[in-house]
Design a protein around this ligand. Structure first.
Ligand SMILES: Cc1cc2nc3c(=O)[nH]c(=O)nc-3n(C[C@H](O)[C@H](O)[C@H](O)COP(=O)(O)O)c2cc1C
Length: 249
């Protein structure tokens, strides 16, 4: 039944995903694991201390029990002007070009304080839309776990993980599976937010629960359609304030 719903949803989404043409996908299940460095948190205990992004980029706001982790792919679309919105997947503010989820994550970080962590893969994703959607579909079909390039130094210090991602084919992007399978969030609170092209969260919240069965998944979530992201600062800030985690600015 779930598969049938997803197939129907994917068909509906084909209309909102330009030149995509994908009408179904394979349901993803948990499995696999990737390396983490943090002894207290990692499931497999292996070490993989990698390059530039191997720690949460702390903003040192005094609220460092909060982690804002997000995945984003700012597509290679035309954007003109300093404060422009491109239809697909980017926000441009003050000449800075960001993915939708990245933009929202930045506002959440400014509002709650906490450490910002970008979930990145060793192999970068293509930025061209059609290539990206095809690759994402293929990864889902194969239930892949892309290897991440950065890892969190001390996951034990975080009580709250605010987790942001784009809806990809009615599912979590596979790197978010990699991320959720790398750490043990037992006893911690996960607060999801999503940016999307019309599907909202799809079934991603229950997938997060399956991947982190001993975490508390907050019901206070944020779902932002991509066309609302660039003007979504106030909504995002109000939501982040409503989490009651304290503000930093
Ligand atoms: C590979 C891919 C698959 C997508 N699948 C869906 C989908 O199933 N449902 C939906 O509402 N939006 C879908 N979208 C739209 C994205 O969720 C939306 O553009 C999002 O804001 C992108 O966030 P980002 O810029 O942070 O990557 C998809 C986009 C991509 C690139």
């Amino acid at each position: 039944m779930r598969k049938l719903s997803l197939v129907i949803l994917s068909i509906m989404l084909a209309a909102s995903l330009p030149a995509c043409g994908r009408t179904g996908r394979t349901d993803s299940q948990a499995g696999g694991n990737s390396a983490a460095r943090t002894p207290a948190a990692q499931k497999d205990g292996t070490t993989n201390n990698t390059e530039e992004n191997n720690q949460a980029k702390s903003s040192q706001t005094g609220n460092s029990n909060i982690l804002i982790a997000y995945f984003t792919v700012p597509e290679d679309v035309e954007a003109s002007g300093n404060d422009a919105v491109a239809g697909a997947s980017i926000v441009v503010k003050d000449n800075e070009r960001m993915g939708n989820t990245e933009y929202v994550a930045g506002i959440v970080q400014k509002t709650t304080g906490g450490d910002l962590f970008k979930i990145e893969t060793k192999d970068a994703y293509p930025l061209e839309h059609d290539t990206l959607v095809d690759q994402a579909a293929d990864e889902q079909d194969k239930n892949l776990r892309p290897e991440l390039s950065g890892h969190i130094e001390d996951i034990g210090k975080y009580d709250t993980i605010i987790l942001g991602y784009p809806n990809w084919w009615a599912d979590l992007p596979m790197p978010v599976y990699s991320f959720l399978e790398e750490y043990d969030f037992s006893g911690k609170t996960i607060i999801p937010f999503v940016t999307h092209g019309g599907s909202g969260f799809s079934s991603t919240i229950s997938t997060i629960s399956e991947l982190q069965p001993d975490a508390d998944i907050s019901s206070n979530t944020l779902s932002l359609p991509r066309q609302d992201v660039a003007d979504g600062e106030e909504e995002t800030r109000e939501w982040a304030e409503s989490l009651g985690l304290g503000t930093s600015s």
